[in-house]
Design a protein around this ligand. Structure first.
Ligand SMILES: [Zn+2]
Length: 355
């Protein structure tokens, strides 16, 4: 029994070892299979993602606006490389915008005189009576702006301009910044003093033609001191005061003045240098109306609203703001643009007066 037992024992042991080997072998096979299939799955996932990335195209957004004599196309692009490497070419009536990669684009509703198409990383705009184009590249967000100027422009059906009933019988004083020897900023093709005067003239024409009364502090390109401006402004009872200047870049700024601490007391309302104290809130409302209206009209130009001590505004006994218009080095001025800015300002005055 003992021999058998031993034998059986040895056999059992042998069996056990064989079993263990067998189990180990199975484990190894299973492990190998597992590793292999995992690797395959990972490779497949990576390949699938690469394929998806290759197929996935970037989004390009197109915005469109229209002004007398020109169309504006604003392409919002994915990043700086897209913006810098975008090529724009125009020949006859076609504008071709070539981009660095494939993209998807949603085109806005365009007028009948413009046909839109896209293929092979390019966008084609067929613009009837195309004369010339101007291209501007802007950051934050990355925008490619294409202005298309056309000859024989047909005026679209426009919504009626605001009636401006609210402005009736109001006196709006317009102060064109600088003048004469004081040219202000030397800007492209002109001087700040001339640009502000052109806008002052356009705006006052618009105001006078519609219902209110505009008074120009400076009617020509002559020198005028701060004291003279203040005297001119205080000669009459005024409803609003606008001082016009040019900014240092492609942006609008709307300023209102701050007064020294403690100058909002009743007494300060009668001090000449802080007459604005009684109008700070109304000046704020006027500045906000201007900011909104300029943003609505010029979607691709920044509009800032700032507050700082401005001696001229501090002495005005009426809602008073200073508006800086974009610098002509970065912004194309023509009669139509001056009209658009005037219209935006006028709308703001009317909307402010309604409140
Ligand atoms: Zn200025």
């Amino acid at each position: 029994m003992s021999g058998t037992n031993v034998c059986i024992g040895a056999y059992s042991i042998n069996i056990s070892i064989a079993n263990i080997r067998h189990v180990c072998y199975n484990v190894r096979v299973v492990t190998k299979r597992y590793v292999l299939s995992t690797v395959l799955v990972v490779v497949a996932v990576v390949l699938w993602q690469l394929a998806a990335m290759a197929m996935e195209s970037s989004n390009v957004t197109l915005r469109f606006s229209e002004q007398t004599g020109s169309f504006r196309f604003v392409f919002e692009l994915p990043d700086e490389t897209w913006l810098n490497q975008a090529k724009v070419a125009a020949s006859y009536s076609v504008i071709k915008i070539s981009l660095i990669d494939s993209f998807t684009i949603g085109a806005p509703k365009l007028p009948d005189s413009i046909k839109f198409s896209s293929r092979d990383n390019s966008i084609y705009l067929n613009v009837k009576n195309l004369d010339n184009i101007k291209v501007i590249r802007l950051n934050n967000p990355y925008r490619l702006v294409v202005d298309a100027y056309v000859t024989d422009y047909k005026k679209p059906e426009q919504s009626a301009p605001p009636e401006g009933k609210e402005l009736k019988q109001l006196t709006i004083v317009i102060d064109a910044g600088h003048g004469g020897n004081d040219i202000g900023l030397p800007v492209a093709n002109t001087k700040e003093s001339v640009l502000t005067l052109s806008l002052a003239n356009e705006l006052s024409k618009m105001i006078n033609a519609r219902s209110a009364k505009a008074v120009l502090i400076r009617k020509d390109d002559s020198s005028i001191t701060l004291a003279q401006r203040i005297t001119e402004a205080s000669k009459r009872r005024i409803s609003m005061f606008l001082s016009l200047h040019v900014s240092e870049g492609r942006y609008f700024s709307v300023y209102r003045t701050t007064l020294p601490a403690g100058s909002q007391t009743i007494a300060s309302r009668y001090k000449v240098d802080t007459l604005q104290a009684a109008y700070l809130e109304r000046s704020l409302a006027l500045a906000q109306a201007l900011e909104t209206s300029l943003k609505d009209t010029f979607s691709d130009v920044d509009v800032y609203h700032r507050e700082m001590p401005l001696p001229l505004l501090s002495v005005i006994a009426a809602p008073a703001v200073l508006i800086e218009i974009p610098n002509s080095s970065d912004f194309l001025y023509n009669a139509a643009i001056l009209k658009s800015i005037s219209e935006a300002i006028y709308k703001a005055l009317a909307s402010y007066a309604k409140k």
